[in-house]
Design a binder for this molecule. Structure first.
Ligand code: NAP
Length: 287
């Protein structure tokens, strides 16, 4: 039987409804409006797509969204000074720096300059530390989105076998910690797993599989365990189509639940960003 589709938009709509109500009550309580400042250094078509979707979602929710566009020739020091000024501005609840940054700028240094309390993306080392400790309030958005999709299945996670393919700081590593915090037995696969030729072996044992690599067709449909929860984070352009990292049609015949690409993780990621802004607002106002 074909797997049930895990549609991010449906889950995102529910979370957005709850967030909208919470924002109205926060505004009544404080007389203030949560505000997200998006810093973009130079023009970039890829980040412009994300900015458009962030702006639209913020507007729907009642979050003020300000795009701060800086010249492409800004220096690292200039960018960090800008962030420090935003950190000190009491009216700013959350900050996001759009990637990629111009050549020569160390993005890790820039991200670390954002106050941990205003870290909308949940990528500050202090917030990543809280993910490890299991008490995070601001976790990386895509990892949170994948977690939302997994929990939306209603399947008991305790003791399940999960495989996360990809060990990036933005998705694979934090997600493996979020799963571990739910007592999921979690294996993280990466480039060396693939090079040793044992990726299929790991994937075949996964009751929960999350793939975040960025290689179309990396995961073959016949590797999927019968009834597995499959979350495909990958986004790849093949001709004029967007596809994930998992061979969708053949995987769908074996999985219990599977995310479509597009329409799975993507719509939830921006919602998680807005939820982080609301959490940051509450942290700053001690609510
Ligand atoms: P990334 O930083 O490039 O990380 C990719 C990971 O995959 C790395 O850990 C890499 O290992 C590993 N890898 C590469 N080849 C592999 C192989 N053959 N077998 C196993 N692991 C392999 O990418 P990312 O930022 O995590 O993003 C991953 C994908 O998710 C991309 O397609 C991206 O567009 C998508 N994405 C989607 C969303 C969304 O909201 N839907 C958000 C973020 C990212 P090494 O580093 O050791 O080579």
């Amino acid at each position: 039987m074909a797997a049930q589709l895990l549609e991010g938009k449906v889950i995102a709509d529910k979370i957005k409804e709850a967030l909208k109500k919470e924002i109205v009550s926060l505004k009544e309580k404080t007389g203030l409006c949560p505000k997200l400042v998006s810093v973009q250094a130079g023009e970039n078509p890829a980040s412009s797509v994300y900015i458009k979707s962030q702006k639209k979602t913020a507007e729907i929710l009642g979050i003020e969204y300000v795009l701060d566009t800086l010249d492409a020739d800004i220096t690292q020091e200039g960018l960090i000074d800008k962030i420090i000024a935003l950190n000190l501005d009491a009216g700013v609840s959350g900050i996001i720096v759009q990637l990629p940054l111009p050549k020569g700028i160390d993005h890790k240094l820039v991200m670390s300059a954002i106050s941990a309390k205003k870290d909308a993306e949940g990528m500050h080392p202090e917030n990543l530390g809280h993910v490890l400790l299991g008490d995070s309030e601001l976790a990386p958005c895509t990892a949170q989105a994948a977690m939302q999709l997994i929990t939306s299945t209603g399947i008991e996670l305790y003791g399940k076998e999960a495989v996360v393919v990809g060990h990036s700081e933005i998705v694979g590593k934090p997600l493996s910690m979020l799963l571990l915090n739910k007592f999921v037995t979690t294996t993280v696969c990466h480039i060396a797993t693939g090079q040793r030729g044992i990726l299929p072996e790991h994937v075949k044992g996964a009751e929960i599989l999350v793939v975040a690599v960025g290689k179309a067709g990396l995961i073959k449909g016949d590797w999927i365990k019968e009834g597995a929860i499959v979350v495909d984070v990958g986004i790849n352009r093949v001709g004029d189509k967007l596809v994930g990292d998992v061979e969708f049609e053949s995987a769908r015949d074996r999985a219990g639940f599977i995310t479509p690409v597009p329409g799975g993780v993507g719509p939830l990621t921006v919602t998680m960003l807005m939820r982080n802004v609301v959490s940051a607002f509450k942290i700053q106002h001690k609510i």
